[in-house]
Write a protein that binds this ligand. Structure first.
Ligand code: PMP
Length: 285
């Protein structure tokens, strides 16, 4: 696999980062995951804008322009012959050659940028989308700036493991009784003909897929309510689903062992998945 590191395209075994990099020592880094369908980038603009916002919120310097970023994405897709899959991008504050809690001087410290591809044939045709996934509720003990897409992913990883241990696929995190989001996706329920999902705030990641799906839902005259819901309300819902760049729209058919609706994907989530895939393929770059 050919990867990109700080201006160079290299074989992955040749790629190197300093052991003093703050991404490694302090999780002082941000990331994005963009999916590739038909060899093209899905929602690239949204991901580039959110990356800029994450860097701004952390006073991190952008290592490349958005135009350069698009070129790098395309070049990696080409070099690795990706038809369906993902591109992972990470930017860290870099390092001043020592370990220090204070940020190094941004004038003299180069940020680190790394990108690599992951081929995922069958990403759009994922069989899990036909069956739906099972989730469990767990406490949300993450920090208070979940709107910044940092690489501090230890708790979401632990959540995923708790889910696997419980025989489920993923976890929905709960704070003050209300569902915040999934370990790596935004969470939704459907009641009657209304789609309900938590409103944007610092408590959740502002999903790029979420923005697109809500726009398509409204364009298709579906009702959307942006408000918090409890895990108990979710268990009584007609449908549940999650969205993310790598799973698009994924039905949820079980929460804490309780069946949602008929225990199979309902009408709304599969329809939204279809619309999302169709529209974003058309808009892919
Ligand atoms: N919430 C969290 C915590 C996530 O990690 C992700 C995916 N990275 C999302 C939501 C979904 O965001 P997006 O649609 O931009 O992939």
């Amino acid at each position: 696999r050919i990867v990109y590191v700080n201006g160079e395209y290299l074989a992955e075994a040749e790629a190197r980062i300093s052991i003093f990099d703050r991404g490694f020592l302090m999780a002082d880094g941000v990331y994005e995951v963009t999916s590739v369908l038909d060899g093209k980038l899905i929602d690239f603009d949204g991901h580039a804008k959110r990356l800029q916002r994450s860097m701004d919120e952390l006073d991190m310097r952008a290592p490349v322009t958005t135009e350069e970023l698009l070129d790098i994405h395309r070049e990696l897709v080409r070099k690795n012959e990706i038809t369906e899959g993902m591109i992972y991008l990470q930017v860290t504050r870099g390092s001043a050659g020592d370990r220090d809690f204070a940020f190094p001087d941004p004038e003299t410290t180069e940020p680190t940028i790394v990108l690599f591809t992951q081929a995922k044939p069958g990403l759009a045709d994922n069989p899990a989308a036909k069956k739906g996934i099972r989730v469990i509720g767990i406490e949300d003990i993450r920090w208070g700036r979940r709107d910044i897409k940092t690489v501090q992913l230890l708790y979401p990883s632990m959540g995923k493991m708790m889910a696997k241990k419980a025989g489920a696929d993923d976890a929905w995190m709960i704070e003050d009784g209300f569902v915040t989001e999934g370990t790596s996706n935004n969470a939704y329920i459907v009641k009657g003909d209304t789609i309900i999902t938590r409103a944007l705030s610092n408590d959740i990641l502002h999903g790029i897929t979420r923005a697109a799906v809500l726009r398509f839902a409204r364009e298709a005259q579906m009702k959307v309510e942006e408000r918090s819901f409890t895990i108990d309300e979710a268990k009584e819902a007609d449908e549940a689903f999650v969205t993310s760049a790598s799973t698009f729209v994924m039905p949820v058919v079980e929460i804490d062992g309780q069946t949602i609706g008929e225990g199979v994907p309902g009408k709304v989530a599969p329809r939204l998945r279809e619309i999302y895939l169709e529209e974003s393929r058309k808009a892919a770059v």
